[in-house]
Design a protein around this ligand. Structure first.
Ligand SMILES: Cc1ncc(COP(=O)(O)O)c(C=O)c1O
Length: 375
């Protein structure tokens, strides 16, 4: 039997990882500026993470959502305290797509409407409603195309209002900083305008923080810079530092009822401990401050490289735009310089998504390597 061949793979087999480094089966060390696609937040195999998960699995790893699980309560309290999203309610699931799927479903239940507004270059996942609001025709199957979705250009508030006026929209879904699409972000006026329009026309504002959340931008959530209060916030990636966990934070005005949402694996004991440990380490190691400091240092160094035409994004969710496709450069960075980086829908954009524990010496290592490849 063979694997269903959907991933173009680099010929590297990691067997070990520690903090910002990954080691392959031949013992080669790679600097990880990709974080397995923005997933590694507190560093690979952080000692506290290893200890807490090991301790938990030796007690109980899983039981279904039919029993009391105080770890979920603890996670909700800690999350609300650290993110400053006061009084929000937490629903836990297993991935980013699932978080958005539940967010959209909840918006539809809550408003009794079904159309969604999304934006060009968006990426929200591959499940039914999540992929329908993703701007990539190649991954939308005919079965998903039944969803009613209007796509607008980021920043086009006028078109959003015209669509909302029809009264059939249950939600507006948006990434504050687009990830896969290429690190575009609109203005505070635009995000505040969206929040106002959603209230006016009884649609929910869903902010997708799957990639940008949990400190990656230097704020706990990226939307916080714009001073808005979303109705639903979706999270995943950095939330579990590699342990599969996702979730939505739900505004207190949205009421729950038994059976409205549900999952077998979501919020299990191990997932909760993984996420609680991420929150503990973010706080103990002042990682949000580190993100801001390292981001500033990184941008300063990138600005001195003439081949880099534009630096996009915030915090440690960055994109370096060149005036040529970066596929070959990225390959050389991996195979010759032993550094992982990311790509985007924009072929000229190299994405930088390291663990939030990265230090200046790792940034120096990257720029030395980049200069070698560009010379
Ligand atoms: C912004 C955003 N939303 C949703 C997803 C989907 O997450 P998952 O792959 O965990 O389903 C991603 C994944 O890249 C993402 O970047």
């Amino acid at each position: 039997m063979s694997l269903f061949n959907v991933y173009p793979l680099f010929d590297i087999t990691p067997v070990k990882a520690a903090n910002v480094f990954v080691y392959d089966k031949n013992g080669i060390e790679y600097l990880d500026l990709y974080g397995g696609h923005a997933v590694i937040s507190i560093g690979h195999s952080h000692p506290t993470y290893v200890r807490n998960i090991s301790d938990q699995v030796s007690k109980i790893g899983f039981y279904s959502n039919s029993i009391q699980n105080p770890l979920q309560e603890k996670l909700a309290a800690q999350l609300v305290a650290q993110s400053n999203c006061k009084d929000h309610q937490l629903f836990l699931c297993n991935s980013g797509a699932e978080a958005n799927e539940n967010a959209l479903k909840l918006a539809s239940f809550h408003t009794d409407k079904k159309k969604v507004i999304s934006f060009t270059n968006s990426f929200h996942g591959r499940t039914s409603a999540a992929v329908a609001v993703t701007d990539n025709a190649n991954i939308v199957a005919p079965i998903n195309a039944q969803q009613e979705v209007d796509f607008f250009v980021l920043g086009d508030l006028t078109s959003v209002e015209i669509a909302l006026q029809k009264g059939d929209v249950c939600a507006v879904i948006i990434e504050c900083i687009q990830g896969v699409g290429g690190l575009d972000e609109s203005t505070t006026d635009f995000y505040q305008g969206l929040a106002t329009l959603c209230k006016k026309y009884n649609a929910l504002l869903i902010i997708d923080e799957v990639q940008s959340g949990f400190g990656r931008t230097g704020d706990f959530f990226a939307f916080q810079k714009h001073g808005i209060e979303p109705d639903i916030i979706s999270m995943a990636k950095g939330m579990g530092n590699g342990f599969p966990i996702g979730g939505i934070l739900i505004h207190p005005e949205i009421e729950a009822s038994y059976g409205l949402l549900g999952t077998t694996f979501g919020g299990n004991h191990l997932a909760c401990v993984a996420s609680l440990t991420v929150l503990e380490v973010l706080k103990q190691e002042n990682l949000l401050e580190n993100v801001c400091a390292i981001s500033e240092y990184f941008i300063e160094k990138a600005s001195a490289i003439p081949q880099i035409k534009k630096i996009k994004g915030r915090g440690l969710m960055l994109g370096l735009e060149f005036d040529f496709p970066i596929a070959a450069l990225r390959k050389n960075l991996i195979y010759k310089q032993h550094i992982f980086t990311g790509s985007a829908k924009n072929p000229n954009l190299l994405r930088i998504l390291p663990p939030l524990t990265i230090k200046k010496q790792h940034v120096d290592q990257f720029f030395e390597a980049l200069k070698n490849e560009l010379s």
